[in-house]
Design a protein around this ligand. Structure first.
Ligand SMILES: C[S@@+](CC[C@H](N)C(=O)[O-])C[C@H]1O[C@@H](n2cnc3c(N)ncnc32)[C@H](O)[C@@H]1O
Length: 221
């Protein structure tokens, strides 16, 4: 995995500046976010956390498709992204928290499901493990996590071009492809659903995983 060349303060400022144009600039990702949210199969009474909720596109999809009594929490590093969500008047209103996905200011075993789209790719390798361990901590025992991410395989021509662009413009092209399946497995998540899609020729991995129980870990490598 390529290193991350900016601090979290720089990332926060970058997304603060992008907040008002973000939906327009990343319009091609909207369908993938909806698809990822749909395969997580959140139930109306389930408590859901989204890490890196950005402009709230997934939170809006959850509110429209599974309104209910369950807690809906969006966490993001960028205050401007969270402020922008409020202009969308999502109902029922989600709780919005400014914070770092690698150090969740949330109590243990609080959520049934966690969702992340185009966010895990932004963390350093050490922080990706921290984020997934934090997900483990705040999820209930049978909790599940849905992740939509730029995948490091297959190495399409578009992906190779993208990586070149990322080397040249590391600030503007900030998501980097990650081996999502291996990262989830290393952090105690067993995948139950996998889909592969493309966005402008870039491989996108959509997954749903559940916390592996000790007996699963003993029987399945
Ligand atoms: C590429 S955007 C994706 C936003 C949203 N998930 C979507 O797909 O529309 C990444 C989001 O992650 C947030 N982010 C970046 N670093 C973060 C961190 N350390 N903790 C929490 N959120 C972070 C950014 O502010 C931004 O809103």
């Amino acid at each position: 995995m390529h290193p991350i060349n900016r601090t979290k303060a720089q990332a926060r400022r970058y997304y603060d500046r992008l907040s008002h144009n973000y939906d327009l600039l990343t319009r091609s990702e909207a369908g993938l976010i909806q698809q990822g949210a749909q395969i997580l199969s959140v139930q109306p009474d389930e408590d859901l956390l989204e890490i890196g909720c950005g402009t709230g596109r997934a939170l809006q999809a959850f509110a429209e498709t599974v309104p209910g009594k369950g807690l809906r929490v969006g966490l993001d590093l960028s205050l401007q992204m969270l402020t922008y969500i409020q202009t969308k008047n999502i109902t029922p209103t989600p709780i919005l928290i400014q914070g770092d996905g690698a150090c969740l200011p949330l109590q243990a075993t609080r959520f049934d499901a966690i969702f992340m789209a185009f966010t895990l790719e932004l963390f350093s390798v050490a922080d990706i493990h921290r984020v997934l361990q934090e997900c483990h901590r705040v999820l209930r025992p049978a909790g599940r996590i849905g992740v939509v991410a730029l995948s490091s395989t297959p190495r399409t021509f578009a992906l190779q071009l993208y990586e070149l662009a990322r080397r040249l413009f590391p600030v503007a092209v900030d998501c980097r492809p990650i081996p999502l399946a291996a990262l989830l497995a290393e952090n105690g998540f067993g995948r139950v659903h996998d889909e592969k899609e493309h966005n402008w020729g870039l491989p996108i991995h959509l997954t749903v995983s559940v916390i592996r129980q000790p007996e699963d870990i003993a029987t399945k490598p």
